[in-house]
Design a protein around this ligand. Structure first.
Ligand code: UTP
Length: 291
């Protein structure tokens, strides 16, 4: 069983649900409290022991390359002003040189295509995929839980799932399981947006995967599917059909889907409430509700 060393972060989408901001600010650079979405997700991967981060970027996404690099003028100014704690925090958050790579998806052809764009950097080893618009608030982090599941299953592909709000299954990708006991179960299939009442389980696919590299061979010939996009789900279904084991992991934590406005606002409130340096938040929200 190979170690999980690398993670792919697809960040090349258009983010249409976050317009107008997403017109000039990459969705993944929108802040939750005081740090961009991509910051949370990269930190989750790093805490799980990931050694190499591959960002699949596109036009208008270069701010992320600057974010994960030195800002020489800013660092000099912080040093001159003796703001060493702030400076140390900024420096500690930077990936080490050579730990981060960027590949360009020249057209947002879908999540499957974005993952495929990382094939040469990933090579012939299993890897994690983290969707940066999903903040998974968990201890240990969702990626760490996923790697533990990978090890427990002896190297299965892993799809992180979570229970669907009642009556909402028709909006999600839903997994089919071979029996259900505990949080880690063998998967037999996946259905995108099943018609109401036909869903094979109440568990939907959220934004984290561990995949064996054979997914790249399948993606290289993959046709466009739902939404006219090259879908990762379709490639995973082909792997399943070809006999690759998949397990669904119901991780222990809370997900904030920051890909739409309400979810992003909720994440801001939730993360602010957890911050000891922002003690006035609860009171502030109360005041706004009474207005
Ligand atoms: P989403 O479907 O949530 O992102 O993809 P989107 O397409 O940018 O958003 P909407 O639906 O138009 O609002 C999940 C992640 O996959 C990336 C996105 O950047 C996002 O982080 N993605 C999606 C790509 O990198 N390339 C694609 O072709 C599609």
């Amino acid at each position: 069983m190979k170690k999980i060393r690398k993670a792919v972060f697809p960040v090349a989408g258009l983010g249409t649900r976050m317009l107008p901001a997403a017109k000039t600010v990459a969705k993944e650079m929108l802040t939750v409290v005081d740090r961009p979405l991509i910051h949370y997700v990269l930190a989750e991967a790093r805490a799980a022991g990931i050694e190499h981060f591959v960002l699949v970027t596109g036009r208008g996404k270069t701010a992320m390359e600057d974010y994960f690099d030195h800002s020489v003028e800013l660092e000099a100014t912080l040093k001159a002003k003796n703001k060493t704690a702030l400076l140390d925090e900024l420096l500690a958050d930077l990936p080490k040189e050579g730990e981060i790579s960027y590949v360009r998806q020249m057209e947002p052809k879908g999540l499957g295509h974005a993952v495929w764009c990382a094939r040469d950097i990933i090579g012939d080893e299993p890897f994690a995929v983290l969707l940066p618009d999903m903040i998974m608030d968990a201890t240990p982090g969702c990626t760490a839980q996923m790697i533990a599941a990978y090890e427990q299953t002896g190297g299965s592909n892993i799809v992180v799932v979570e229970p669907c709000p009642p009556g909402m299954a028709h909006q999600y990708g839903i997994v089919a399981l071979d029996g259900q006991s505990g949080r880690l179960n063998p998967m037999t299939g996946m259905v995108e947006k099943p018609a109401a009442g036909t869903e094979p389980s109440n568990l939907f696919i959220s934004g984290r995967y561990l995949l064996q590299p054979e997914v790249f061979d399948i993606l290289s010939t993959q046709e466009r599917g739902a939404g006219n996009e090259i879908q990762l789900t379709d490639a995973m279904l082909k792997m399943l059909a070809g006999g690759s084991p998949f397990h669904a992991l119901e991780y222990d934590g809370t997900t904030y889907d920051c890909g739409d406005k309400l979810g992003w606002l909720r994440a801001n409130v939730a993360m602010a409430l957890k911050r000891p340096d922002l003690r006035g938040v609860r009171e502030m929200i109360g005041e706004e509700l009474r207005r």
